[in-house]
Design a protein. Structure first.
Length: 264
């Protein structure tokens, strides 16, 4: 994945990335990003994959008995049951941000793995950090496209997330800067077997104002992310499309200008 991101950046079809600071390939990602300082790199706050940066004993409400993060589904259930301590979220967020700074990288913004900061008190922790550090955050806005058949399970998730985001952003509007919209190939409902320019045209041709983030997950080979994600094959197809050079031409035709969260 690191090689794919750098490859896309050098090719001019990607401007920004985010870093998991507790992954197997973190050190490689840090070294590669330092070679390309124009690549904006944010913190990809993680609460659902691997082990925490903090001592597991210090964040016991967000890890299992083996000291590993819970899955997103389990963490969500624990949040709704009020079994997660806010101070543990804040401690782990600070630890992950500090690890990135200690590695010599200044985060351009903060987002989260699997949009976990959609939950209100996680959103508050991220927003508070961004306010203190004077950097933007990603808001995982929902894009609703006309004519797309969205599976019921996804519609339910979107409805819940949309309700939470309305409350979350209302508390922090004017205090923290964020993107105005977020789009990805998943907004098409059924993910196509083959990606083409018309898929991205539909995503970008909507009525977007301000900074729009097109979220992609490129990998050069789907086998590289086996066991980490279920979207490996799609990620490989995204890489092939991005490398085609068609996205830059499409963005220009739709009056988009390349940017990063630093531009906020």
């Amino acid at each position: 994945m690191n090689d794919a991101i750098i490859n896309c950046f050098v090719s001019g079809c990607l401007t920004s990335a985010t870093l998991l600071v507790n992954a197997q390939s973190t050190l490689d990602a840090i070294e590669k990003s330092k070679q390309y300082p124009a690549l904006a790199v944010g913190l990809h706050f993680n609460l659902t994959l691997g082990r925490p940066v903090s001592s597991a004993a210090d964040v016991s409400s967000i890890v299992d008995k083996a000291g590993r993060f819970f899955s997103r589904a389990v963490l969500a259930r624990k949040i709704f049951l009020h079994l997660v301590k806010k101070e543990h979220i804040e401690l782990e967020l600070t630890a992950q941000y500090s690890r990135m700074e200690s590695a010599g990288l200044n985060p351009s913004h903060v987002d989260s793995h699997q949009h976990i900061h959609g939950f209100s008190f996680i959103f508050d922790a991220v927003a508070s950090l961004c306010e203190r550090k004077d950097i933007p955050m990603r808001v995982p806005w929902i894009l609703k496209l006309d004519g797309e058949a969205i599976p019921l399970r996804r519609r339910i998730k979107q409805s819940i997330l949309g309700h939470m985001l309305t409350r979350n952003t209302g508390r922090w509007r004017g205090r923290v800067k964020w993107n105005c919209s977020l789009v990805s190939i998943f907004d098409l409902g059924e993910v196509p077997d083959e990606l083409n320019i018309e898929h991205y045209r539909k995503l970008l041709a909507s009525d977007h104002q301000g900074l729009t983030e097109l979220m992609v997950h490129p990998v050069t080979d789907a086998r590289q992310v086996e066991g980490l994600t279920r979207i490996g094959e799609l990620s490989e197809r995204e890489f092939v499309f991005l490398k085609s050079g068609k996205l830059a031409s499409l963005a220009s035709a739709l009056d988009f200008t390349s940017a990063t969260y630093r531009d906020l």
